[in-house]
Design a protein around this ligand. Sequence first.
Ligand SMILES: NC(=O)c1ccc[n+]([C@@H]2O[C@H](COP(=O)([O-])OP(=O)(O)OC[C@H]3O[C@@H](n4cnc5c(N)ncnc54)[C@H](O)[C@@H]3O)[C@@H](O)[C@H]2O)c1
Ligand SMILES: O=c1ccn([C@@H]2O[C@H](COP(=O)(O)OP(=O)(O)O[C@H]3O[C@H](CO)[C@@H](O)[C@H](O)[C@H]3O)[C@@H](O)[C@H]2O)c(=O)[nH]1
Length: 325
Amino acid sequence: MKILITGGAGYIGSHVVKLLGELGHTLLTYDNLSTGNPKAVLYGDLVVADLLDEGKLKEVIKNFKPHVVMHFAAKISVPESVKDPLRYYRENFCGTLNLLSAMVETGVRYLVFSSTAAVYGIPKSVPVKEEDPTLPINPYGWSKLMSEIAIKDLASSGYPLKFVILRYFNVAGADPEGKLGYMGKDTTHLIGRALRTAKGELPYLEVYGTDYPTPDGTCIRDYIHVMDLARAHIDAMHYLLEGGESDIFNVGYGQGYSVLEVIDKVKQITGVDFPVRYAGRREGDPPELVADSTKIKKRLSWRPIYYDISFIINTAWKWEMSYIY
Ligand SMILES: NC(=O)c1ccc[n+]([C@@H]2O[C@H](COP(=O)([O-])OP(=O)(O)OC[C@H]3O[C@@H](n4cnc5c(N)ncnc54)[C@H](O)[C@@H]3O)[C@@H](O)[C@H]2O)c1
Ligand SMILES: O=c1ccn([C@@H]2O[C@H](COP(=O)(O)OP(=O)(O)O[C@H]3O[C@H](CO)[C@@H](O)[C@H](O)[C@H]3O)[C@@H](O)[C@H]2O)c(=O)[nH]1
């Protein structure tokens, strides 16, 4: 198959490119390298360009003629989206509209889209199911929900689009073979920042909020290993190509860890008792996000392999210690 991967030079996209490449597919990554790294693209070609460059996007899709598009390219930080909402609407929502227009013009019919648990906002109950209400509490979540709506509306408009929308929970860890991992210079993610504090690159780790309605007062998240998530994309693609109906799936493990529990695990695995400071809440953070992933297991036969927080942190730590930024 010919597959176009937007954002294939980024953290998650590059792990998917690796799996697709190993399966022998013909790949083209479209990425502006704003946070991505060309060295992360282990298979196929790379076009360095922006989703907002409509002309280039159309030209690339027209020439490559992909059977399937996997759309990862986006801005991904919740706190940054609160500070710079227009950038998030422009790049994530308008970027997705440009991609959909280019797909329509060139006749591409299959799409796998990276969405997020942030579309649920503050869930009424956890674990959260796909049909639960979506009411984001930050611009990042809205930009993804608006993209989801555009995709669904296009598929209902008569254009023969088949899509899978994957709502990822908190993605972490690195390729267990050690070839890939998070390559960004900076990170706002908890596990990444904790590891960099353990390494001595950050003087201390801040805990954003200790007064949430959770057992220890800190936010709870469902951390999923990046390779388990990457396999969900392969499963989604096969499902679509075998005639599966368009659908939305949560991708998480259904087990939540608080910020303090994650910090304890990171200290245990790294053997470093790094300094931690308690700070106020970070704007845009829901107290608890945990996935009900029954649907993806049933419909796509997706099976997680690495559902162990220690394994997730271990692979990320090994990568951090071996990678030179
Ligand atoms: N990391 C997580 O925990 C998480 C959770 C839920 C959803 N997601 C989604 O997964 C996708 C990938 O996230 P990631 O963690 O790999 O982030 P990332 O920043 O590592 O990857 C994003 C990639 O897209 C590229 N990009 C960004 N804007 C672009 C644009 N306008 N044009 C072309 N390329 C552009 C970047 O250079 C980068 O390579 C995103 O859509 C994100 O919203 C991530
Ligand atoms: O230095 C830090 C960093 C984070 N946190 C907290 O740790 C939790 C997790 O934060 P983070 O790792 O930044 O992830 P999220 O904000 O939950 O967002 C991630 O997970 C979402 C899905 O749940 C994705 O949509 C986003 O793209 C991705 O950034 C939150 O409560 C943060 O407040 C800290 O206390 N200190």
